[in-house]
Design a protein around this ligand. Structure first.
Ligand SMILES: [Fe+2]
Ligand SMILES: [Fe+2]
Length: 187
């Protein structure tokens, strides 16, 4: 379940080119078409979080035992809190200027609503009336929010067209995520 992936997926762009008259133009960097390239690290990392949590919400629906429900919900809650935190601390503020203000403002508000829903569920136990329903509604809400981030013209698409170095930002996001996950384990 631990996903300690190393970020070594970035292709090495600066392989020492052998000199040779026939190849002299090959190494010249050209403007690449962003749309046809793989996502930069920040985006791929955030999308990976999205897929993970969506998968857990689906998995939750199969569960019967209260212990398993609480355990999986706690896992979802932690993942969402950490994901919201790294977006709010790093990704969203850095994207001001590149992404429409309204869209970013709504994203913050949606995070706040999600956190309130999480806190409500944390104060309950499985078996309480509406426990499962609240988890389900939270899952739907998160899916809606993720769509706003990932859809064409959405936050990620605008970010990719912007000025920020999303590979460098990805390193920051990854590091902050690790810190937050580690500190959550101390409590
Ligand atoms: Fe978000
Ligand atoms: Fe997100």
């Amino acid at each position: 379940m631990a996903t300690a992936t190393e970020s070594k997926s970035a292709p090495a762009k600066t392989a020492p080119a052998k000199s040779g008259a026939a190849k002299e133009k090959a190494a010249k960097p050209r403007r690449t078409r962003r749309t046809s390239r793989r996502d930069p690290l920040a985006i791929s990392l955030l999308k990976k979080d999205h897929r993970q949590v969506e998968h857990w919400f689906d998995e939750y629906e199969q569960l019967e035992s209260p212990e398993e429900k609480v355990a999986l919900f706690n896992q979802i809650a932690l993942a969402l809190k950490v994901h919201c935190a790294i977006e709010e601390e790093i990704f969203y503020p850095d994207e001001r200027g590149d992404v429409e203000d309204d869209m970013l403002d709504e994203a913050y508000v949606e995070h706040d609503s999600a956190k309130k829903m999480i806190a409500e569920i944390e104060a309950m136990k499985p078996g309480d009336e509406f426990y499962d329903a609240k988890v389900k509604v939270l899952g739907e809400y998160i899916k809606h929010h993720v769509k706003e981030e990932e859809q064409p013209g959405g936050i990620f698409a605008q970010a990719k067209k912007g000025e920020e170095d999303l590979n460098a930002m990805g390193e920051q996001l990854e590091q902050r995520k690790e810190e937050l996950m580690a500190s959550s384990k101390k409590h």
